[in-house]
Structure formats: C-alpha cells, structure tokens
Design a binder for this molecule. Structure first.
Ligand code: SAH
Length: 485
C-alpha cells in the first residue's frame, strides 16, 4: 500500500485567522488530523467530513510519554495510507517538538512537509500591544522555555541577566518565581517591566503588567493560569500606547434560539453587525393546511407574523379574492413578506402587538364587519375581547403551529459554554429553553438575556431569569439594534 504523507503544521496562536493559507488547504484535504489543546475548534471545522480527528493533548511540551504516542500515531496513520495533518499551536519548531515527530517519520521512510506557523512567542506580545523589538529600546529578543530542563538542568541565568534585549518565556507560569529570583540575583534591574499574557489572541486574553519586583504578587492575585507568555523588558511599557486588542470589545457570541429556517436570516444579520451567531433552535414552525374558501366575506385580514403570511400564501388558490380587503401587518417584517407576495398592507400599528393590530383595524372597517386574524397556535390573540371592545366580528385562523423542542441538556450546556448573549424571540422559545435546562440555571452565569418585547420579557422573568436587553422595536432586528448599541 502507498504510504501517506505527514504534514507538520503550525496553526498560529489563539486567533483562528492567523492560520496560513497553506495550512488551511492542507487541513481541508487531510485524511487524518492529529491535534492538541491549543488548537481552536474553528480549525477542526475545516476538516473534510470523512477525516479522522485524533486528539492527543498534553499540558506542555515536556510530556515524554505522550510524545511517543503522538509519534506512533503519526507513523501508524501514514502507514495506513492516510495523509496526516499534525496541527500544533504556534510554530511546530518553537518548543513544539516537531523535530521529534520528523525523526520518527524519517525512520519509517514516510514523506513529510513542514508548514511553519506564527509563533505565540512574538504574536501574543503583539496582541498585547508589545513589540518584541523597538528602536532605542530593544535590539534583540530571546525566547526561552520556562520549564525546568530534564535532569534538573536550569538556564544559565548569569548570562541571561546580562542580555539587553527582550526576554520572552513560554511555559513560564509555574517557574516564574525561579525566573524572577535568578534574574534579580544576577543583576537585572528589579524595576524592569514584566507583562504576562494569558490566552493570547483569544477572546479570553488577559494581560497583567508589573515589574520583576511585584509580578509574583500580581500572578497570585490574578490567579494566572497557562497558556501564558511572560515578556520582560522596557518594550512592555509601549503597551500603554500600542494596545489595540481589547477583549471587552470583542465579537460577542449570540445564541439564536428561533426556528432553524428563520434563524438563517438572524444569524446573517448578527455577522453583519460584527457578532458571532450560534444557533440552537428551541422551536419548530409547522405550517398548517387551512381552508381559505370564503375570504370575500371579510372586510379586513390581519397578519400577526411573517410566518402567518407565508403559511397563508401556501394555502391560497387565487389572490384576486383579496382585492377589496383591507390588509394589516403587525410589523415591518410582516409587511416585507406581504410585499414579497405583491400585497402592500394598508397599515401597521405603532406598537408591534396583535392587540394594537386589532385596535388599528377599527379605522378601516365599520361596525359588525368580519375581520380575519391570521395567527399561530400560541399567539395571545383574544378575539372575544376584540369583539366586545370594538364591535366587530373578529375571527382567527391558526396558520401554523409552533412546536417547542426539548433539547438535550448536555447539548444546551455545551453550546452555552462560550455564548455571551442569549436571544429569545417568543415566549415559547423561553419555555422550551427552560424545560430543556430542567431548571438548571447555573450555566447561565453572567450571560446576558435579550428579549424581543414585553410579553417575552414577562415569560423570562416568570421563569426566574432576568432580562438584560429588550428591543424597542419588537423585531429580531430591533433586538439586535439594542444589543449592538
Ligand atoms: N509552538 C508553540 C509553543 C508551544 S509551547 C508556539 O510557537 O507558539 C506552549 C506554550 O506556548 C504555552 O505554555 C504558552 O507559554 C505559549 N502559548 C501558546 N499559545 C499561547 C496563547 N494563545 N497565549 C499565551 N501563551 C501561549
């Protein structure tokens, strides 16, 4: 059998878009992908459907056993005839042990290619607004592993302390006390600025700035955790001016809970506004077969939602029967769908509520006129109330059902993990969400909840959640207006 080829790929740090075009092409075509914990999910999404994904993670690059396992996995898959993408964070040769993998491949006469990546050692400082060299401040930079060497051999800090360039430590959180102590001991100025950048180039990036003297205290205080990069040198001060990647203003991940078909447009609008849509439907819309034979008897037809319009036009045989009928649309979205069907509605109420729609039609009709409201199974449309209030004969037709979906709780948790804002466009989605979570609200943490309008907000509160955003215009777009204000 023909052996496959191995590609030792650097994927860059955190930000998915720092992947090279070459890496992208190879990952898209690979039969097997071997990756570790620094690889973002977006990269794995590039893989073709049939590709085998193998996670072989390790906490740092000093893990002897797991490295053998990785080497063996690469060799095995290539011998099976698969083209293997070995994807690593940053650059494969910067503390990436790409070399050892190549030795194993070489021994087995397996072809390979190396695709360099953007190493975190310079790009993570850049994402923190720290240039590793700068005219007049640093004429060199030096990259070290902060991990103790095997056999207890440690760096020669006597020489390192004398270096004038920027010092960069990867994997240095655990041994930071040793690093700081030795640098000071061998003569480095204790006021030398230090920055520690955690989870660089991701939306969770955090930068802690201090100096050799106080940095250990700050590490303790901020509970700094890997992956993190430590930068030591005057260039750290440039961050004051050069910082540009502010995580507070990063793209927000927004959960779209509406019906799968309707979600598409909302997701597109979220992307257009700079957010990241995440879809997890909690309802399903099902259009019904309805009888629209005697439409001529109505003086007005009121559409209470875009879906209602769609379901109505799926059922109507000849639209000429609408010629003399006044048409009301509950809001702009409904109006738009009507216009797609070549009907220009006569009116839209100021407030996008079915009650207002029923009230507004009074101006266009006379006492005892027949009025049809096209709506859904769960709409708050109350025809008895309208009949007695406005002295007309309201009737309603249910054009579609809204089916609540019970989503697997594990799936809800998984999806919610890095969502920032949850949107609800109807009470039924709130209820379905609630039922799927089974009252387990712990996961909500400080996620924000956004509601399309007062009725949905009421349901959210009734079920024990809080409303952080409420649309001023009761449409999906109106809600995004408020979120992105
Ligand atoms: N080959 C990689 C480095 C692997 S060693 C590269 O070239 O970037 C793993 C170390 O890299 C981590 O312990 C941390 O010090 C650093 N690192 C990698 N990605 C990082 C990130 N997004 N933010 C901060 N540090 C990162």
């Amino acid at each position: 059998m023909k052996k496959g080829k191995a590609y030792i790929i650097g994927a860059g740090p955190g930000d998915f878009e720092l992947l090279t075009l070459k890496a992208k092409r190879i990952i898209e075509n690979a039969d097997c992908i071997v990756y570790d914990r620094l690889i973002s999910n977006d990269i794995l999404k590039l893989a073709k459907k049939s590709a085998e994904l193998i996670y072989l993670g390790k906490q740092n690059t000093e893990g002897g056993l797991i490295q053998d396992e990785i080497n063996q996995a690469l060799v095995k898959k290539c011998l099976e005839g698969k083209n293997v993408a070995r994807v690593k964070g940053g650059d494969p040769f910067v503390f990436g042990r790409g070399g050892e993998e190549i030795e194993a491949l070489f021994k087995n006469e397996i072809e390979f290619e190396v695709i360099p990546g953007i190493t975190s050692s310079i790009s993570v400082p850049a994402y923190a607004g720290i240039p590793v060299t700068h005219r007049g401040l640093a004429r060199s930079f030096h990259i070290f592993t902060g991990h103790t060497m095997e056999n207890g051999k440690w760096h020669n800090f006597e020489s390192i302390a004398k270096l004038e360039g920027t010092l960069i430590f990867l994997m240095g959180v655990k041994n930071l006390d040793l690093i700081v102590k030795d640098l000071i001991k061998y003569g480095k100025n204790s006021k030398t600025p230090v920055a520690i950048i955690e989870k660089g180039a991701t939306k969770n990036q955090r930068v802690t700035v201090g100096n050799l003297e106080n940095i250990l205290e700050l590490v303790e205080k901020n509970r700094i955790t890997p992956p993190a990069i430590t930068v030591i040198g005057e260039v750290v001060n440039l961050r004051e001016i050069f910082k540009w990647f502010e995580t507070e203003n990063l793209a927000k991940k927004i959960l779209v809970t509406r019906d799968r078909k309707q979600a598409v447009e909302m997701s597109e609008n979220i992307s257009k506004r700079g957010g990241i849509p995440v879809e997890l439907p909690f309802i399903e819309i099902e259009n019904l077969k309805i009888d629209l034979k005697d439409l001529e008897k109505y003086k007005a037809i009121l559409f209470n939602s875009p879906n209602g319009v769609k379901a109505f036009f799926e059922n109507i045989k000849d639209i000429r029967c609408l010629a003399n009928i006044k048409i009301g649309a509950v809001g702009v979205k409904t109006k738009k769908i009507l216009e797609k069907n070549r009907i220009v509605p006569d009116f839209i109420p100021n407030e996008y509520l079915v009650d207002k729609l029923a009230e507004e039609v009074v101006k266009y009709t006379n006492e005892n006129d027949n009025i049809l409201i096209v709506t859904s199974d769960i709409s708050p449309c109350d025809i008895d109330k309208y009949n007695s209030l406005y002295k007309r004969n309201y009737e309603k037709v249910v054009a579609y059902n809204t089916k609540k979906l019970k989503v697997d709780r594990k799936k809800v948790h998984e999806t919610l993990k890095d969502v920032d804002i949850i949107t609800f466009l109807s009470s039924s989605t709130v209820e379905a969400f609630y039922e799927s979570l089974d009252g387990d609200f712990f996961i909500l943490g400080n996620k924000k909840i956004a509601s399309i309008g007062p009725m949905t907000s009421e349901t959210i509160r009734r079920l024990g959640m809080k409303v952080d955003y409420e649309a001023e215009k009761y449409t999906a777009d109106g809600l995004l207006d408020v979120i992105f204000k």
